[in-house]
Design a protein. Structure first.
Length: 210
């Protein structure tokens, strides 16, 4: 059955936020008591899953909501400086022209995402769903599909982290993992996504082949 809906993660998949978030994490190190990240630390963390990253930074789970809220607030101040992933505009435009419903599912704030899309002329999306849930994306995907009256086999998910692959698998939808975001190609490959790509231009070819 042909795909109708493409659900995108935002940070790291559409927006190149990796450096901005790393800088914010360093700025918050004194407030929350973790060590400042060096480039070698970022390289190491890219090979870890989200829960392992949180543990590595020494963030107690009880503080996670307040940390996430603070990072969102700081990112909101810097969103005008964040750039789209190179090549993503052309891929989105082509997918939109082909008639797909495009959406974003993110733990980032809807305000941040909307500002970014408007500034960078990426207004190709039919919906933006923002939810403060780091490890519950599978449930959110199920709700989205139900609201859109779309079967799992009619949807595909695009994301840059291990948790994106896990969420898609739990929801029984195809997943395209992208190697240009937070998690490294090496760790993404170990999770056996349906597809693993290195450039946004590959999105169109893969999705149209399904």
């Amino acid at each position: 059955m042909a795909k109708k809906v493409i659900i995108f993660d935002f940070d790291g998949t559409i927006a190149d936020t990796l450096d901005s978030i790393a800088n914010i994490v360093n700025c918050l190190s004194d407030e929350f008591g973790w060590e400042k990240l060096k480039q070698e630390d970022m390289d190491r963390l890219r090979n870890k899953e989200s829960k392992e990253v949180i543990k590595d930074l020494g963030i107690p789970m009880i503080k996670l909501p307040s940390v996430g809220k603070k990072i969102k607030a700081e990112l909101n101040k810097k969103i005008e400086y964040v750039q789209p992933v190179s090549g993503i505009e052309e891929a989105l435009l082509e997918l939109k022209k082909t008639g797909y419903t495009l959406g974003i599912l993110t733990s980032n704030s809807k305000d941040n995402v909307s500002k970014f899309l408007k500034k960078n002329n990426l207004d190709f999306f039919d919906f933006i769903h923002s939810e403060n849930s780091i490890f519950g994306k599978s449930k959110l995907i199920k709700v989205l599909l139900k609201n859109l009256k779309i079967r799992p086999e009619e949807a595909i998910y695009v994301g840059d982290e291990v948790r994106d692959i896990e969420a898609a698998k739990k929801t029984n939808i195809n997943v395209i993992a992208v190697s240009w975001g937070f998690n490294s190609k090496q760790i993404l490959e170990k999770q056996n996504p349906d597809f693993l790509i290195d450039k946004p231009g590959q999105l169109v070819e893969i999705i149209e082949s399904l």
